[in-house]
Structure formats: structure tokens, C-alpha cells
Design a protein around this ligand. Structure first.
Ligand SMILES: [Zn+2]
Length: 150
């Protein structure tokens, strides 16, 4: 259970959760909080975070992950009803290097507009379907490593 003290004093999101650093909170419950991204891609860009300090999604307990996704869905729905709504919302999670800037799990909710300039840049050669044998081998390897549901 969250105590109100930073779980990791070196983590900016833990400090925000403990009100040791500023943020503009959208909502908060016993397990999660949502606040505005300090560097919004578009107006209305929200971060949803668990109150459990974990760097990677797979490090979160199942219940904390479920609470995080449920909170993100609620905030996404609110965003869509607000004047900040885009034509849609991009959910983005950088799960580790090289793109995770804050080492505390967070879901970006970014309102999107046609031609807003935010996009994924695909590597050279992208677009050609992979050979089925390669896809099957990758699927087999990952299936063997994927734990069964609890
Ligand atoms: Zn943290």
C-alpha cells in the first residue's frame, strides 16, 4: 500500500506522488495517479503512473498493472470528452531503454490531430512482409517464454 513517502527518492515520479515535486494532477486513487506531462507533445498530454515504483511494466505486480490500465482508460475517456480532445488518443509506453526517460512505469496519453507532426519513424526497408518462417520461429520462441496466466 502506498504510504505517501517517495518509494524511490531518486525518482522524479515518486517525488511527484509524494508531493515533493510539482505536478498538475488530473486524478489520483490508492494505486495510481495521473498528471499533465511537463513537456506535452500536444495540449492535454497526460501521464498515468502506478504508485508502485517499478521501472518496467513486467516488474509491476499484476494488480498494479490492472489498476494502471484501468486508470489510463478512465483518463483517456475524460480526455476524449474534454475540449483538449483530439481526433483520437495515442497510448505510448516506453518500456526501458532507449526511449524511457523516467525509470518509473508510465503511460502517455497523447491527444492526436491529423498532421500534428508526432509520428513513428520507420527504419529503412520497413514495409516488406517478413518471411512466414521467421514469424513462426519468433512466435515459437516467445510462446515458450510466455508464462501462463495466473
Ligand atoms: Zn518512482
Amino acid at each position: 500500500m502506498y504510504t505517501g513517502e517517495p518509494m524511490n527518492p531518486d525518482c522524479i515520479f515518486c517525488r511527484i506522488l509524494a508531493r515533493k515535486a510539482p505536478a498538475s494532477f488530473v486524478t489520483e486513487d490508492a494505486f495510481t495517479a495521473a498528471f499533465m506531462d511537463l513537456h506535452p507533445i500536444n495540449p492535454g498530454h497526460v501521464l498515468v503512473v502506478p504508485k508502485t515504483h517499478a521501472v518496467l511494466i513486467q516488474d509491476l505486480p499484476d494488480d498494479a498493472y490492472a489498476q494502471l490500465m484501468a486508470a489510463a482508460r478512465r483518463v483517456c475517456a475524460a480526455l476524449g470528452r474534454s475540449p483538449l480532445a483530439g481526433e483520437g488518443t495515442t497510448w505510448y509506453v516506453a518500456d526501458g531503454p532507449p526511449h524511457q526517460e523516467v525509470p518509473h512505469v508510465h503511460v502517455h496519453l497523447v491527444p492526436r490531430h491529423t498532421n500534428d507532426g508526432f509520428r513513428l519513424v520507420f527504419p529503412p526497408g520497413y514495409g516488406k512482409p517478413a518471411p512466414r518462417i521467421d514469424l513462426d520461429r519468433a512466435a515459437d520462441m516467445l510462446r515458450a517464454l510466455t508464462p501462463a496466466p495466473p
